[in-house]
Design a binder for this molecule. Structure first.
Ligand SMILES: *Cc1c(COP(=O)(O)O)cnc(C)c1O
Length: 401
């Protein structure tokens, strides 16, 4: 089993990714983050930690997840073969569990007795609640009050898993406010509590740690492409919210110069002047939630509200590693609109019998275009970050079912 430290990119000693990342937090959290980084690097260097992580990946998550040749979708697009990395088949239905189980294992190792998490649509909250239940550790999840109303199913799932859901009634009552509130809790409880961040965002060492735990996706996918296709793909695509499933799969291919890599952000309705979530494509660098990165902000630097039909892409920022990869030109960042995603959802459902998450559908949409562009004989790999069962109400409404 390969260690999660075999990332092809890493933050520097100050937790910077080029000019991005860093540790922009109140003094009261500095010591906690220093201790977390010490615990992380010590665990990462310990073969026993990796052995236990490998066991969890296999026996709890069900890894490796399949690499799936989408034959009928390929036929429909009429070009390069389309391969799907099936994170939708991981325990709890998305890639987020790769991160939460790893962080809970670290929590136990640090001797902490409680975890906190933030959640937007509820997927990270559910994955943290499941991992906390597995380890027998109490869990509190902060969630915007508006989101608790929109995502009542996930609130129920978290409670069934034994977590306490704490509605946040400040600001826009969404993910951004939930993160602020979770950070506030952590400042006063840091002695016995670990904060499980859900994506490659936040202050160092979170972007490094979450990226390393998700890089299992890319390691498996690269081996599986060589095994099943006999070669590497021409292009790799993933949707980008905070950016963790994308970093997970990208890390497997960053050093393969011939492989083109694409992140797909949510363009919302696509109508100029309406809210969207394309922080890299249409934002500019600033500081949010403890790190410097591309952000959606107004001319005064106030954070703009994000929007996407996919609840998990609805975040005004993006991880610092993506900001660096954008500036270096190694990764191209594209967008897909709400209606592009819905069309891709429908195409995948009817051609393969797979209901993809609306987030993942953004990557599928641009993957279909690239497959046509690259043409027969080529191979396109798309990260299918999660299953779409959580989205049936939204899709049914949008398609008039
Ligand atoms: C949360 C989520 C995302 C977005 O998060 P990233 O950190 O950008 O990966 C994408 N897909 C699914 C299925 C999710 O649940």
């Amino acid at each position: 089993m390969t260690a999660p430290t075999t990332s092809t990119t890493a933050a520097d000693a100050r937790g910077r990714w080029g000019e991005y990342g860093g540790v922009f937090v109140p003094e009261s959290l500095m010591e906690a983050l220093r201790r977390l980084e010490a615990a992380r690097s010590e665990a990462w260097a310990d073969p026993d930690f990796h052995a236990e992580l490998a066991r969890l990946n296999k026996q709890v998550i069900g890894r490796p997840t399949p690499l799936y040749l989408a034959s009928r979708l390929t036929e429909m697009a009429g070009g390069a073969r389309i391969w799907l990395k099936r994170e939708d088949m991981a325990f709890t239905g998305a890639h987020k569990i790769n991160n939460t189980l790893g962080q809970l294992l670290l929590t136990k190792r640090m001797g902490k007795s409680r975890v906190l998490a933030e959640t937007g649509a509820g997927m990270h909250g559910v994955a943290t609640a499941a991992a906390a239940a597995y380890f027998g550790i109490p869990c509190r999840v902060y969630m915007g009050a508006e989101d608790t109303r929109r995502q009542s199913h996930n609130v129920a799932r978290m409670k069934m898993l034994g977590a306490e859901v704490f509605p946040v009634a400040t600001g826009t009552q969404t993910l951004k406010d939930a993160i602020n509130e979770a950070l506030r809790d952590w400042v006063t409880t840091v002695e016995d509590t670990h904060y499980v961040i859900g994506s490659v965002v936040g202050p160092h060492p979170f972007p490094q740690m979450v990226g390393d735990l998700q890089s299992v996706i890319g390691r498996e996918a690269r081996d599986q492409m060589l095994d099943q296709a006999g070669k590497l793909p021409n292009a790799v695509l993933a949707c980008v919210g905070g950016g963790s499933n994308a970093i997970g799969i990208f890390r497997g291919f960053l050093e393969d110069a011939a492989v083109k890599i694409y992140g797909v952000e949510a363009a919302g309705t696509g109508v100029e002047g309406t809210p969207h979530s394309a922080a890299i494509g249409l934002g500019r660098p600033g500081v949010l939630h403890g790190a410097r990165s591309y952000l959606l902000q107004d001319p005064d630097g106030q954070i703009l509200p994000a929007h996407s039909v996919a609840p998990g892409l609805d975040y005004p920022g993006v991880g610092p590693e993506h900001s660096m990869l954008k500036d270096s030109g190694r990764v191209d960042y594209l967008t897909a609109t709400d209606s592009d995603a819905l069309a891709a959802f429908k195409a995948l459902a009817t051609s393969e019998g797979i209901l993809p998450a609306l987030e993942s559908s953004h990557a599928v949409a641009r993957g279909l275009d690239l497959a046509k562009q690259i043409g027969k004989g080529g191979d396109v790999l798309v990260c299918l970050s999660g299953r779409g069962d959580k989205d049936v109400d939204i899709v049914a409404g949008s398609l008039g079912l």
